[in-house]
Design a protein around this ligand. Structure first.
Ligand SMILES: [Zn+2]
Length: 428
């Protein structure tokens, strides 16, 4: 495979594309900055999808846009029996719509900072660079390429963009590449996650006068203490985290409501489901214990010196109620690193003289195809970024053209090039 890539890289058409990509760098940087300034919080991507769609169409490519604002172009191959590859970068960022966005040049005179500049706006702008190189080099792929941007990768976006794409394309996709990772690394498995908002409710009341009423905050504390003791395997890596707690009325009130947010992850669906089951049992047990404790101590109601005070809340009827809202479901999945897509990508990097970093699992858009049995990987784009998911995110375009040409070559290798090479990507 490395030899095949070396021959491909040496071909006239790839060399032409390489030069086009290098010459297009400054223009791409301008487009990158412009895209970065359009806010695109997950599930609020419409503005940026509009902008990106216009940029793609301005290059002369027809676009398709689905119900959730994924935008892509379809480039038909010369061989109707060739494989189909979907290559995408995510449109959304982790930053809420009112986050101030300003491009700040860095002291090195090359790098620039702005929230979302690296993840994943850099790769999104590079899809335009790839489109132009395809157009201007005249390269003809044997297989079909679907190239564009997708919504909903970050946070509570819950991968809804790629889920929608595969809902609309249940068959016919032979490979998926998300450009959203570390340079020259290949993520080939999907860490699954379940995310919840766990809410505890009761009537609420006075801390002293209504003492004896089951307390939502105490129930939550019991649940969290049990969760903290749950044992999970380290192989495959399985984790849980209560990340946010919120609620209560005042220091001298039994709360009406409180809640925590929970993230459970594993590289294996089986382990994810097992951890999930145990943690759900902990939450239910916490609530049951809190309610039972005050049922047992009912005598306290008799002794309550304030029981005669007007109070519409009859304690005996009141128990803590539990409400669990699932806010995230990212499917887990694994595939062999020996499949043609993974090997095709790895050998492409090797042909350029790099040993790619192989990452067995992470949580990316690639989770979706892998969980559906469609080969998928996540790779890095051109250039480098740091401080991801941070307001001080910085992108450095040094070497961007090399990274983009490597991706261009990978696409060409996987799909095959008319008159030059056969597809390396297997048909499903
Ligand atoms: Zn990303």
């Amino acid at each position: 495979m490395i030899k095949k890539y070396e021959a491909l890289i040496a071909s006239d058409v790839l060399q032409k594309a390489k030069k086009l990509i290098a010459d297009d760098k400054d223009h791409t940087i301008e487009q990158h900055k412009a895209l970065t300034l359009v806010p695109a919080f997950s599930r609020h991507e419409e503005l940026r999808s509009d902008f990106y769609q216009k940029l793609v169409e301005a290059e002369g490519f027809k676009t398709e846009r689905d119900a959730v604002n994924n935008v892509y172009t379809v480039i038909e191959g010369t061989d109707p029996n060739g494989p189909t590859l979907y290559v995408t970068a995510h449109i959304d960022t982790v930053f809420p719509m009112d986050t101030p966005l300003e491009i700040k040049m860095q002291p090195d005179g090359v790098s620039y900072a702005c929230p979302g500049v690296g993840d994943d706006t850099a790769a999104l702008s590079q899809t335009l660079m790839i489109m132009r190189a395809i157009r201007d080099s005249g390269i003809k792929f044997k297989g079909k390429l679907i190239l564009g941007g997708n919504v909903g990768e970050e946070g509570l976006g819950d991968l809804y963009g790629v889920k929608e794409f595969f809902k609309n394309h249940p068959t016919g996709i032979d490979g998926f590449i998300s450009v959203d990772g570390f340079p020259r690394s290949i993520i080939y498995g999907g860490t699954g996650s379940y995310r919840y908002q766990v809410k505890f409710h009761n009537a609420g009341g006075h801390s002293m006068c209504d003492f004896g009423m089951p307390n939502p905050v105490h129930a939550m504390g019991r649940a969290l203490a049990k969760i903290a003791d749950v044992k999970v395997p380290s192989k495959p890596w399985t984790t849980f985290c209560a990340g946010v707690v919120d609620g209560g009325t005042s220091v001298n009130s039994i709360a009406h409501d409180c809640m925590f947010m929970l993230d459970i992850r594993s590289d294996s669906k089986e382990c994810l489901d097992k951890a999930n089951e145990e943690i759900m049992a902990c939450i239910k047990a916490g609530v049951e214990e809190e309610n039972a404790r005050w049922q047992r101590d009912r005598a306290i109601e008799e002794d309550n010196p304030y029981k005669a005070r007007p109070n519409e809340v009859a304690h005996a009827d009141r128990v803590v109620e539990l409400e669990i809202v699932q806010v995230g479901n990212r499917p887990a999945g694994s595939q062999s690193p020996d499949i043609s897509l993974v090997q095709g990508a790895a050998n492409c990097y090797k042909a350029f003289g790099y040993e790619p970093g192989m990452i067995a699992a992470s949580s990316t858009d690639t989770n979706v195809p892998i969980s559906l049995g469609v080969p998928g990987i996540c790779i890095g784009g051109g250039g480098s970024a740091k401080n991801g998911h941070n307001l001080m995110e910085v992108y450095n375009p040094t070497g961007m053209e090399d990274g983009v040409f490597e991706i261009f070559t990978m696409i060409a290798g996987l799909l095959g090039v008319e008159g030059v090479s056969e597809p390396m990507l297997d048909k499903k």
